[in-house]
Each structure stands twice: as structure tokens, then as C-alpha cells.
Design a protein around this ligand. Structure first.
Ligand code: TRP
Ligand code: ZN
Length: 871
């Protein structure tokens, strides 16, 4: 089978590779740009006038990136020329002098743009997405982030269909035209790279607000949506104001234009985009009300609104020199939005959520065929590098520097960075140099975090001299080989550690910050009077894996006595993980230590319910799998279900007490959120116990819920349920949910996703059926992700031994690639985990990857991901 597939494979031209070491400054600069759009969904005319200046002494022609268009006309200094050429997609214009005016005109077709890059139509709204290389799909331009220009934009459109015309910067003028058209002109005074260009035209209404900056300027805020969605925009507007105030207080960053607009659209490849003064959002990160959005959605909206707003400084005022520096803006901005969210509620719970996300998304990337450094060395398609490594590991790098510098020096260093690089395109190295300079630290070894891929592992053992003597913490660091990087050097790890007395439960030391940069070494503590239990990597001070010699009893002890909430969570997770790994490998495990620790956590009245809810959750199946060289997905599933059932049964009374005790009136406050979370976790355990009344309990909650958090949690519990005893309630709830929310796309996404994530044995068949549902379409990225993306991460369903899950995913990706290569490529990574499963499954997965690679007309997005996954 494998060989047949291989021999059928067509030879494919490998796409060109872009390398970091090949960076050269641009040959021509473009200080100003004038754009005139005659907007029409079918065909839009774009006239661009570029003032270009030769950058340095050279004889290079002007090269403007394009994306397959042919210019309708090209003028130099007002005169039409015909000695231009197309070199592939690049427009080459010979120029004699040092400064010229270049005019081009092109025709583009927004309605036919299914890639959602460049200018496209989404439910009757015309909008743009230019990062990373979408601007070249709009007009010919040096489409690279180190060419900064000031933009003047004129749009004209049919007044009835497109009454609102928005672009970057401030509105300058507007007026009427003949034939029912009108126009508007916008000017952005801040030089920016082309990837930050944006325009929107549509029939939109605004939720308006104002924000007065610290220096007293009033900024007009607008959240633009379809009229019928206006009622769901208050939370986003509120979050925006909080973010604006937070950036002033915490980083001294003030907003710089008179208007700040956000537009929500339904079809969007990512979460949102930070275009200067005109952020464009996936509607899922704007629209919320209690009936349609969960607490998780509310939190994510605030985080993404803040993230995009923070980019105004970390990304826009200071941008990236080239795309290898992407983490300069993304890692830093994620760190900033994480700290913002931590300040809105429980910082401990936020840290737990962020670490869980890192382990779910980034650690597997670092351990697989697509591993790459935070500052990559090469790419075929830059869109494939908007990854958890760039974003989330990148944020951990910033966090480690902040830890090493301390709050005050870190602020001094970011002040220096913003001041020194304002209005320029900078590098990761520039940022680190500011940290070093203002922080007075040596980050020479720390820089390896930018260049070496892979998650460091730290083996830890504690020796204690009996009779009140010295305790020695022995450390050994290793970093596994990753593609293209066979040998690694030890990294600098900022480790927060502390010792607790095994007998008294009391702290034996203060927290110590150790900068460990060796392969092997140790840390000593003197006068330790009782057997110490080690709390290490507190607060997850370094994004690494700890392998310690701590026993189940030590971990259970820390889960009760550590004074770092993250440490308590972590000890419990490790205890659960050890138990689940034993269960998966040996087919059975001793559940007692976990049961006792969970019971103690549930009954500790001093703990925040939100924390309790996180602490008692079992690690995911995929995280359990990450601990094993070879994964048996069914065995992991069974081990996890067995422990869930045991926890459910043994602690039945406690779960029910927690469930009843955590009732709250609906409010979006940290306290009420925590109660809802605990209540729904308790419901899950009660269902897992197999209790006869569980289906009824879940269904009653489903029907009585006055908010989506409770409704969706109940639906999820029912959707996982087996036919006996859940059959009737499961089917009924799915139907009721569907009918109640028909026409609400974001909630229908939840309906698809809940079914795709179900742990039932027939999920593969159900998902194959759902692809044919009238509401399913690959053309909308949210919908595609909610079904196909969710299925790919469903360990049990995706890895069925007959390979039908693999074949299904490959079929869908090949179809999606025709429409939207970026989104298809994002959903491929589950197929790349073939090294971790048995030979039978591995062969089936590789066959699907080879089939994808051999598909005629494949995008370079999907080609790069699939071919690298074959590794
Ligand atoms: N820069 C954006 C952010 O992280 C996201 C982004 C990158 C994006 N590439 C995109 C959004 C392509 C849509 C499409 O905030
Ligand atoms: Zn970002």
C-alpha cells in the first residue's frame, strides 16, 4: 500500500525557501503612498501612487511584489511606460534617478477571494487582511515589513450597499458621487509597513465610546458590526477601555490617533488583526451576551481585544524588520495580554490556563516534525509560522527576562526599547539588547532560547544529610534533537525553588531564584532541619519539563502544602499524570493517592473555587501521550476514563456538595465564573461515576440554564454519554440546542465542535455525517475549525486503528486547500504525529501525508506542512 502510494506520487517542485541569513535592506524605500479604490465586490480597481527613493548607491530596478495580477497601466513621473516586466509575480520597473513617482492600476476580485487574504467579501462586507503577505494581492508594492510609508486612502463605493467606509488613521473628507456612489478619504500620519494596511466597506453600525488618554486627549472608539449584532458588543468595548488604561499604567503607552475602530467579520483566518487604528476581528472575539457566549468566550474576547490594542506599540509603532522576527511583536504582545488578563481576576488561575495551553499546543510542536526556534532560520510559507512556538513560547521568553530583571528594571528596559525603536523595524536582538542594557544583566547564554528549538528537560533529585544538615538539589539538563538541530547546548533556566518540611508542612526556606545554565549542577540549602520536599519551577518560571524523584506521597503533600498556587496545581497534575501513565502502560493503576489528594483539595475551604476547578481536572489524553515514547490512544483513553470513574464514585458526595454549593446568579465576575467552573467540573465527575441520575441532572441543567457556560457544559457532558443511560437526553439536547440557535453562526460552531470532541466510540461516523449537514461549509474558517479541527485533536476518534480518521482528515484538508490554504495548513499537524504511534497507525498516517503531498495543484502552505511532517 505504502509503496503504491509512493510510486504514484508526482514529482513536486519544492517551493523557494526564504532564509534569515539572506536578509538585505530594501533597495528602494516608499515614504508615501496614495491609494484610490473603486470598490465593487465583483471587480475593484486599485490605483496606487508610490513616492519611491533609492536606498543607497546601487543600480537595481524597482521590484514590486504582486500576486498574479497584470497591471492595467504603469506610469513613472506621470508618463505611461511600457518597459516594465513581470518576473514571475514581481513587477520590475527600471528607474534612472534617485526619487520617482510610480503609478500602477490593477483590477482585483474580492468576491472570488476564498483565501481571505488581501481584499475579500464576508457576508456583504468588503474587508482586508494583509499580514503577512496579503497586501501584494491588492496592489504592487514592496510587501515587506521594513518598508514604512504614510498612507492616504480614497475609497468610493455604492452608497446603499456600503454606507460605511473605513481605513487606517483619521477620516479626512467624504462626499457624494453620481450613480448612487459616495467616497471617503482617510489619512494615517504614522509610517507603517504594508501588512498593517486595512480598509472596510459595508452596511455597519457602531457601538461608540470615548477614552480620554493620560495626557487628556479624547479618542473616539467604535466597534462596528451588523446592526443586528450591536447588542452583543458591550463587553468588547468595555475590554478595550480597560486595555487602553492598563497600557498607560503598566507600560506608560498612550494611544496616538483620534479614532480607534474595530470591525467584526464572520470569515477570518485568525483571531484578529492589529491594523493601525482599524483592527479587524473574527466576530467570535467580539460578539458576546450571556445567552450565546461562555465565560471562556468572554475571557478570550477581552484577551484578544487587549492583544490587538497592545500591538499599537508592540508591533505598529515598533514593527519587525523581517518575518523571522515575528515573535518580537507576537511573543511580547502575548506576554502583555497574559499579564492584562491576570490583572482582571485570579492571576494564579490565569497562569494555570496559560501553562495548560502551552503544554497542549506548544510542547507537542517542539517535540514533533514541525519544531522550529522562536526565531526561525528559514521558511517556505510565512503563514505557517504563526505558531504556538512564536506566540506562546515567545511569551515565555519575555516572561523569563521579566523574572530575571525584576519588575522595575523590566519596565526601564521596555521604556528604552519603545523609545529607541519607535518608528522603526526592529529585531529580537534589539529587544534583548535593551533588556541587557537597562537591566544590567548578561543575556549571552539566554539568547539560545531564540535559536534552539525543543523543550529543555530537567532531571531533579534531592539529597538531605540526616540530622538537620545540608540539602542538595541535583540538576541535569538536556535538550532533545529537533529537525536540523542535532546537538544542543544547555540553556539558561530561571528556576524558582523552595523547600517544605515533610513532617511539619512548613516552609524551610524562602523562595530562591536560581539561574541554572549548566548541563549538570546542584543547588544547596544549609541547616535543613527535617526531610525537605522540593517545590521547583514555581509559577512555571521556565517553560521546561521537570523529571523529579518525588514520590506520590511528596506530590500529594505539595498539593496540600505548597504556598505557590501554581505549585499546588502542578503537584496534583504530576500525581495524576504518573497515575495515568501507569494505567495506560500497565492496564491498571493505584488510584488511591489521586483520590485522597482531590478529596483534600475539594474540602479545603480556604481555596478559591476557580482554583479548585482547575486543580481537580485530569490532564488531557494528549498530554498523557506526550509522556510516552509510544502512544496507544485507546489504552490512554481507558486509563483516563477509569480514573475519572473512580474519582466520580469515591467522591460522589463531595462532587454533589460542590455542585449544589456552587450555585450563583449569573454575573460575569471572577467569583461567579469560578463557581460556574467548579459546578460544571463536578457535573462531569458525577456523570463519569455512572450514577443513574447523571443524565437527568445534566439535562435539567441544560434546560434550566440562564447562560451559555452552563448550557454548553451540560451539552458537552451529554454529548460524551453512552447510549445507556444517556441516549435520550443526549439526542434531545443536541436537537434543542440546534433549533434554539439556528441562524447564529458562532453558536452553531459550538454545536459542531461539541460533537466532534465527543469521547463516544461512534464520533468518527458522526463527524463524517456532519460534513454533509446543510450548515456545514469549509468556506468559513470558524466552521471548518469547529468540526475538522476539533476532530483532529480528538485522540480517541482520530486514531481509530482502521485509519478512517486519518483518511477523513486528509480528504477534508485536500478539499479545503482549494479554498483556503492557510486554514488547511493549520489543521494538518495531527497527521504529523506518526512517530509516536504503533507501526500500523504510523503507516496509515504516512500514506495520507504522502497522498496530500502528491496532490496536483497543492498550495505551498499545505505542501510545506505535509512534506515536513513526513520528515
Ligand atoms: N497579527 C495577528 C495577531 O496575532 C494575527 C494574524 C497573523 C493574522 N496573520 C494573520 C490574522 C492572517 C488573520 C490572517 O494579532
Ligand atoms: Zn498578535
Amino acid at each position: 500500500m505504502l509503496d503504491i502510494q509512493r510510486s504514484l506520487a508526482q514529482p513536486i517542485l519544492t517551493p523557494a525557501v526564504t532564509r534569515r541569513e539572506d536578509y538585505r535592506p530594501p533597495a528602494w524605500l516608499v515614504p508615501t503612498v496614495d491609494l484610490a479604490f473603486e470598490l465593487d465586490p465583483a471587480e475593484t480597481r486599485v490605483r496606487a501612487t508610490l513616492a519611491v527613493t533609492r536606498n543607497g548607491l546601487h543600480a537595481e530596478p524597482l521590484r514590486l511584489d504582486g500576486a498574479g495580477q497584470r497591471p492595467v497601466s504603469v506610469k513613472v513621473d506621470g508618463t505611461a511606460i511600457d518597459d516594465w516586466q513581470l518576473d514571475g509575480e514581481t513587477l520590475v520597473i527600471p528607474l534612472a534617478g534617485t526619487a520617482h513617482m510610480i503609478e500602477t492600476e490593477v483590477a482585483i476580485h474580492p468576491e472570488r477571494n476564498t483565501q481571505l487574504m488581501g481584499l475579500y467579501a464576508s457576508s456583504g462586507i468588503l474587508c482586508t487582511q494583509c499580514e503577512a503577505e496579503g497586501f501584494r494581492r491588492i496592489t504592487f508594492f514592496p510587501d515587506r515589513p521594513d518598508v514604512l510609508s504614510t498612507y492616504r486612502v480614497r475609497m468610493s463605493a455604492d452608497r446603499a450597499r456600503f454606507p460605511v467606509l473605513l481605513a487606517n488613521g483619521d477620516p479626512v473628507a467624504s462626499g457624494g458621487e453620481e450613480d448612487g456612489r459616495h467616497w471617503a478619504e482617510w489619512h494615517d500620519p504614522f509610517p507603517k509597513p504594508s501588512y498593517l494596511f486595512a480598509l472596510v466597506a459595508g452596511d455597519l453600525a457602531a457601538n461608540r465610546g470615548t477614552f480620554t488618554t493620560v495626557s487628556g486627549r479624547e479618542v473616539q472608539l467604535g466597534i462596528w458590526v451588523r446592526e443586528s449584532d450591536l447588542a452583543r458588543t458591550d463587553h468588547a468595548l468595555h475590554a478595550l477601555k480597560l486595555a487602553m488604561a492598563w497600557d498607560e499604567q503598566v507600560y506608560g503607552r498612550e494611544y496616538d490617533l483620534d479614532v480607534f475602530n474595530i470591525v467584526a467579520v464572520e470569515d477570518f483566518n485568525f483571531g484578529a488583526m492589529e491594523n493601525k487604528g482599524l483592527n479587524i476581528f473574527n466576530s467570535r472575539y467580539i460578539l458576546a451576551d450571556p445567552d450565546t457566549a461562555t465565560d471562556y468566550d468572554y475571557d478570550a474576547i477581552a484577551a484578544v481585544v487587549a492583544h490587538e490594542y497592545f500591538h499599537n506599540w508592540s508591533g505598529n509603532r515598533v514593527t519587525c524588520r523581517d518575518w523571522f522576527q515575528l515573535s518580537l511583536k507576537e511573543g511580547f504582545t502575548v506576554y502583555r495580554d497574559q499579564c492584562f488578563s491576570a490583572d482582571q481576576g485570579s492571576a494564579a488561575v490565569k497562569r494555570i490556563e496559560d501553562v495548560r495551553g502551552l503544554r497542549a499546543g506548544q510542547f507537542p510542536e517542539d517535540a514533533g516534525p514541525l519544531a522550529h526556534p522562536v526565531r526561525p532560520e528559514s521558511y517556505q510559507e510565512i503563514s505557517n509560522f504563526y505558531t504556538a512556538t512564536i506566540y506562546n513560547k515567545g511569551a515565555e521568553l519575555i516572561r523569563m527576562m521579566a523574572t530575571m530583571l525584576g519588575a522595575q528594571a523590566f519596565r526601564a528596559a521596555t521604556d528604552l526599547y519603545f523609545q529607541r525603536f519607535d518608528g522603526t523595524a526592529a529585531t529580537c536582538e534589539d529587544f534583548v539588547a535593551c533588556m541587557e542594557e537597562a537591566g544590567g544583566v548578561d543575556l549571552a547564554q539566554f539568547r539560545l532560547w531564540y535559536s534552539q528549538a525543543g523543550t529543555p528537560r530537567l532531571a531533579v533529585a534531592v539529597d538531605h544529610e540526616a540530622g538537620g544538615g545540608r540539602a542538595t538539589v541535583k540538576l541535569a539538563q538536556s535538550v532533545a534533537a529537533t529537525p536540523g538541530q542535532p546537538d544542543k547546548s544547555p540553556m539558561l533556566l530561571p528556576l524558582k525553588l523552595k523547600l517544605f518540611g515533610a513532617e511539619t508542612g512548613r516552609p524551610l526556606t524562602d523562595e530562591r531564584l536560581v539561574l541554572f545554565g549548566d548541563g549538570v549542577g546542584s543547588v544547596t540549602f544549609e541547616a535543613i532541619t527535617e526531610r525537605p520536599v522540593l517545590s521547583i519551577n514555581r509559577g512555571f518560571s521556565a517553560p521546561i519539563v521537570i523529571e523529579s524523584d518525588r514520590t506520590a506521597a511528596d506530590l500529594a503533600f505539595l498539593s496540600r502544602h505548597d504556598d505557590d498556587p501554581f505549585g499546588r496545581y502542578e503537584a496534583m497534575q504530576q500525581l495524576m499524570l504518573d497515575t495515568l501513565v501507569a494505567g495506560a502502560v500497565e492496564g491498571r493503576a493505584d488510584h488511591q493517592a489521586v483520590v485522597a489528594a482531590v478529596s483534600a483539595t475539594l474540602s479545603d475551604p480556604a481555596l478559591d473555587p476557580a482554583f479548585v476547578a482547575e486543580a481537580v481536572l485530569l490532564p488531557s489524553e494528549s498530554f498523557v501521550g506526550d509522556q510516552l515514547a509510544m502512544i496507544d490512544p485507546e489504552a490512554i483513553f481507558r486509563a483516563r476514563e477509569a480514573l475519572r470513574r473512580e474519582l466520580g464514585r469515591a467522591l460522589d458526595a463531595q462532587w454533589r456538595a460542590a455542585y449544589d454549593g456552587a450555585r450563583a446568579f449569573y454575573a460575569y465576575t471572577p467569583a461567579a465564573k469560578g463557581l460556574r467552573r467548579l459546578r460544571n467540573v463536578a457535573l462531569g465527575y458525577t456523570a463519569a461515576s455512572g450514577a443513574g441520575d447523571a443524565a437527568k441532572l445534566a439535562f435539567t441543567q441544560f434546560e434550566a440554564a440562564d447562560n451559555m457556560t452552563d448550557r454548553q457544559a451540560a451539552l458537552g457532558t451529554l454529548a460524551n454519554g453512552d447510549d445507556r443511560p444517556f441516549g435520550e437526553e443526549r439526542v434531545a439536547a443536541l436537537d434543542i440546542f440546534y433549533n434554539r440557535y439556528a441562524g447564529n453562526g458562532l453558536v452553531l460552531d459550538k454545536w459542531f465542535q461539541t460533537q466532534a470532541l465527543s469521547t463516544r466510540a461512534d464520533t468518527g461516523a458522526a463527524v463524517a455525517e456532519l460534513v454533509r449537514h446543510p450548515d456545514f461549509t469549509l468556506a468559513n474558517p470558524n466552521r471548518a475549525r469547529s468540526l475538522i479541527g476539533a476532530f483532529g485533536v480528538n485522540q480517541r476518534a482520530f486514531h481509530t486503528a482502521d485509519g478512517s480518521g486519518y483518511r477523513f482528515l486528509a480528504d477534508q484538508l485536500i478539499a479545503l486547500d482549494q479554498l483556503n490554504p492557510q486554514t488547511a495548513a493549520k489543521l494538518l499537524p495531527p497527521l504529523g504525529r506518526w512517530r509516536r504511534v504503533d507501526a500500523g497507525r504510523a503507516g496509515l498516517m504516512r500514506a495520507e501525508l504522502e497522498r496530500i503531498v502528491a496532490t496536483a495543484g497543492l498550495s505551498k502552505d499545505l505542501f510545506e506542512q505535509a512534506s515536513k511532517s513526513l520528515g
